[in-house]
Write a protein that binds this ligand. Structure first.
Ligand SMILES: [Zn+2]
Length: 650
């Protein structure tokens, strides 16, 4: 598919009794506004989650209060302006169709017909009933009759389990136990993959170059069907928050051969028609995506009457106009990193893992460019792999790591990572230089750092906020930090609550071991960082990073912890992105209103032998003086507010 530069995702779920649908809509004015915003791709509803169609359908239910072909009007106006149109179908939810076809409705694992979770009482659809044929037929209708370039199929979630008779019979045939939730979920996952394949093969016969995205199916499971990826994230909404995008951005960019869209919203949550967030929030989230190779896609609502909501388009226009100035540098730029977090678990486990979130925070705050990879990716080109907290080693991971270490790679593992799947020993005990003794029962546990890893760590027993394992180091391995036991564990003994548990003396057990190749934390430090963000823990981790990465890709001084840094490459250009924003908890909601000013700082970028011909700030092309020393470009980053793009041109 042609690369999308600037998207708009218009939500349009309209209740059946909503009057005057589309009455005030002026498709030409609407499409002109898209063009003025620089939008080259629109996602618009063909059939919504209420079950209403907005096009002339012979098989679906056109909204009863829509008197013309709304989708057709949008498609025509977009086609005249060469704006790419993606048709939205909700594959998982359809109230009206569920009410009219009870046999198409799911029976959830708990026996209910409605799903209670994302929003109250969703009527979800069984993709193994004849609903699947109906859905595919409606999509084919749109592909045949309208100028559309792609399809967005929403809500194919594994949470929407189904134990209707159709599903149960097939589960039994295939050897799944419909009484076990994990079997039903797995069957649902496979059913959604099969639906996606059937949609693609049917629609490709009509239009071979259609693009597809299946929201809810993991990127790995879309390998044969989805042509692009999309990260849906409304950060003010509790189910996402501001920790979600950083994880997904670093994860999705490894499916780099596929374009990735970064969908946020002008509002606080879906269905919030009157929400208009501050420009700085929308802009900074999109900049974060751009730094990670994602293209912006702002979510908004179509007012069902078709009212033109001018302030929304004005906001989008201002934001996109600014972002477009970066296009000559950032379009098609590819991220560079020498560190990877390895987390071989699917989304949403990966997206919400406290271990991954803690690791992402630490690396982000320390300005270390990194990727998040699963087993589907190559690992050999990284210098350092981090296995955060709960990654047991299968035989195949063990074998890959044996080779990785033999080739000179470095490892940081923590908590249960590196243990065999039964949790009884380290899979690579010799290489780890550590033997497992068992689970630790210290609560709370403290640590002190030894001199080699102690730079900046307070010389006192420091809290860990998690519990982990007891290990012993083997000959040739040194202890970098040790555990300190509390006087008492936190508990109630029937008379007293032991809440005040000061540190006593060394437990004689390592927290951190190091043998020149593997740094092993016996406790899940990343989950601990996700819990309380203790600075001494990050400082200890930074000291370990320094051991693992001699001559790192980037060194910085004086950049505040809230600044995020990414490195990209594009032909002869090396791009350094710096983003300075900080969400603030205002009452119940995290808000970004301001771009922050960052005072002059220094930056060192490793370029090995290549001396850049010039270094400048984009888009203004203001040249920056620099030195080239020992393979590093040394420069002073001038004071900036919010965002800076530094370009090194070879
Ligand atoms: Zn079913």
């Amino acid at each position: 598919m042609a690369a999308i530069k600037y998207g708009l995702f218009l939500d349009n779920h309209t209740m059946p009794n909503c009057p005057d649908v589309g009455k005030n809509f002026d498709p030409e004015r609407f499409a002109d506004a898209l063009q003025e915003c620089g939008i080259d791709a629109l996602t618009f509803h063909a059939r919504c989650n209420v079950g209403m169609a907005y096009y002339n359908t012979k098989i679906g239910i056109r909204h009863p209060n829509l008197e013309y072909d709304l989708f057709g009007a949008v498609a025509g106006a977009c086609a005249r302006r060469e704006i790419r149109l993606t048709a939205y179908f909700n594959g998982g939810i359809s109230y009206e169709e569920s009410l009219r076809h009870r046999e198409w409705s799911q029976v959830h694992f708990d026996g209910t017909e409605c799903y209670h979770g994302i929003s109250p009482s969703l009527r979800t659809m069984c993709v193994n009933s004849s609903y699947r044929d109906h859905l595919i037929a409606m999509m084919a209708e749109v592909a045949e009759n309208y100028s559309v370039q792609g399809f967005f199929v929403d809500c194919l979630l594994t949470d929407f389990t189904c134990v209707c008779p159709v599903c149960v019979r097939e589960m039994k045939e295939q050897g799944f136990d419909p009484r076990k939730l994990e079997d039903v979920r797995e069957f649902r996952r496979l059913s959604c993959i099969r639906l996606a394949r059937d949609i693609v093969s049917t629609l490709r016969k009509i239009k071979p170059d259609l693009s597809f995205f299946f929201n809810g199916i993991t990127p790995e499971d879309q390998s044969g069907t989805g042509t692009y990826l999309e990260c849906e994230c409304l950060p003010n909404c509790p189910c996402w928050g501001y920790e979600f995008l950083p994880v997904m951005a670093h994860y999705l960019r490894n499916f780099g051969k596929k374009p990735v869209l970064n969908m946020n919203g002008r509002f606080y949550e879906w269905g919030d028609f009157g929400g208009l967030r501050h420009e700085a929030a929308i802009r900074s989230e999109l900049l974060y995506g751009i730094m990670n190779g994602m293209r912006p896609n702002i979510g908004s609502h179509f007012h069902p009457r078709g009212d033109f909501v001018a302030p929304v388009y004005e906001t989008v226009r201002k934001i996109y106009r600014d972002l477009q100035e970066l296009d000559p540098w950032v379009l098609d730029a590819v991220n560079r990193a020498e560190v990877a977090i390895v987390y071989p678990k699917p989304t949403p486990v990966l997206s919400y893992s406290p271990a991954v979130r803690g690791a992402v925070r630490m690396l982000g705050e320390l300005k270390v460019p990194f990727e998040i990879v699963t087993e589907a990716c190559g690992w050999d080109h990284f210098r350092l792999l981090i296995f955060p907290d709960d990654v047991p080693f299968t035989d195949s991971i063990t074998e890959r790591i044996r080779h990785f270490l033999a080739a000179g790679g470095k490892i940081i593992s923590s908590g249960a990572s590196g243990l065999t799947e039964d949790g009884t020993r380290f899979a690579l005990e010799k290489e780890w230089g550590v033997r497992l003794k068992g689970k630790s029962d210290m609560n709370p546990a403290y640590f002190t750092a030894h001199e080699e890893f102690g730079k900046g760590v307070p010389e006192m027993p420091v809290s860990l906020y998690v519990t982990g394992y007891e290990t012993e180091h083997l000959p040739g391995t040194t202890v970098g930090a040790e555990l300190v036991k509390p006087f008492f564990n936190r508990e109630y003994d029937g008379l007293y609550c032991y809440y005040y548990n000061p540190p006593d003396t060394s437990a004689g057990l390592p927290l951190l071991t190091w043998n020149g190749k593997v740094a092993c934390f016996a406790y899940p430090i990343f989950t601990g960082y996700h819990e309380k963000a203790p600075l001494p823990l990050r400082t200890l981790f930074a000291n370990v990073l320094e051991k693992c990465l001699e001559r790192p890709m980037v060194r910085t001084e004086k950049l505040p912890s809230f600044v995020r840094l990414e490195v990209q490459e594009k032909g002869i250009l090396r791009l350094i992105h710096l983003l300075a924003v900080q969400p603030e908890l205002r009452g119940k909601t995290e808000i970004i209103e301001d771009f922050l000013t960052v005072r002059e700082s220094t930056l060192e970028i490793r370029l090995e032998e290549t001396v850049p011909s010039k270094v400048y700030l984009a888009p203004e092309r203001k040249e920056l003086p620099f030195e080239f020393k020992n393979g590093y470009v040394l420069l002073r980053v001038p004071e900036f507010t919010g965002y800076a793009l530094i370009v090194l041109e070879r």
